[in-house]
Design a protein around this ligand. Sequence first.
Ligand SMILES: [Zn+2]
Length: 304
Amino acid sequence: MSLPLVYHHGYVSPLPEGHRFPMPKFKLLYELLIKDGVAYQDSVFTPELIDDSTIFLAHSSDYINRFRNGDLTHGEVRKSGLPWSPELVTRTMIALSGSVLSARLAHQHGIACNLAGGTHHAHYNFGSGFCIVNDLAVTSLYLISQTLAKKILIIDLDVHQGDGTANILSGNEDVFTFSIHCKTNFPFIKAKSSLDIEVDELTEDKSYLRLLYDVIPGLLDDIKPDFVIYDAGVDVFKDDPLGKISISLDGIYNRDHYIIEEVNKRGIPISCVIGGGYSKNLNELAYRHSLVHRAAKSVFDNAS
Ligand SMILES: [Zn+2]
């Protein structure tokens, strides 16, 4: 058995020329993982669209239906950061379905990863910061509703705070939201996760990894989750145009490997999503995103 990965060719939808969101990265990531022998044709699972009832666990039906029908206001579309198109609707729903499928595969096999996901700025009834629907919240509430998990820990290490996730899941005792993010990055008004740790601009590998080594084991042992969802955003990278901290490629790989191994060695299933990452050089960006899949494969292969 190889590490289960989730991808759909519909993860990429067209955007206007010059748009800041690096949409082609999902396809490049898939091709790179196949080329480098991290993904195999028979270890890549293709999501089917999830039911509306699952989406509505975390989102208002009015918002989702207006998004689907192209009826969001100009202000709502502007806030989401993504111009509306029918292809964007398909892309949004299939990537969300991919995160749910990844969680189901992780429940079955211990570790699984989506090649998209981590859209943590999406709120109950509005999108924000290139995020339309919140796959972290939908997946968590799906797992709870299906009794596939009783206590979920979301570890969100994207450089931005998962404000949408924190707000949607606020007060939910079954899901613990944990975020490490840069204090001065978007969103400028932060939400309240179950636990937030803010790091300074220009934080480097040594202090960032030290922080993880200090916090993660205690968190896992205190919260005692029976499922972990990991948002492995690579906008922590030192040259990311939207992230203000300064982590190297080695630092990202070590971070991802450490998180997955700490969770896996406790016998807890972990589903990984890729989170944010930005660059004009899309091949370099795809490589950065592939670090979580390489780390997951290493832990998966060692454990099996
Ligand atoms: Zn981000």
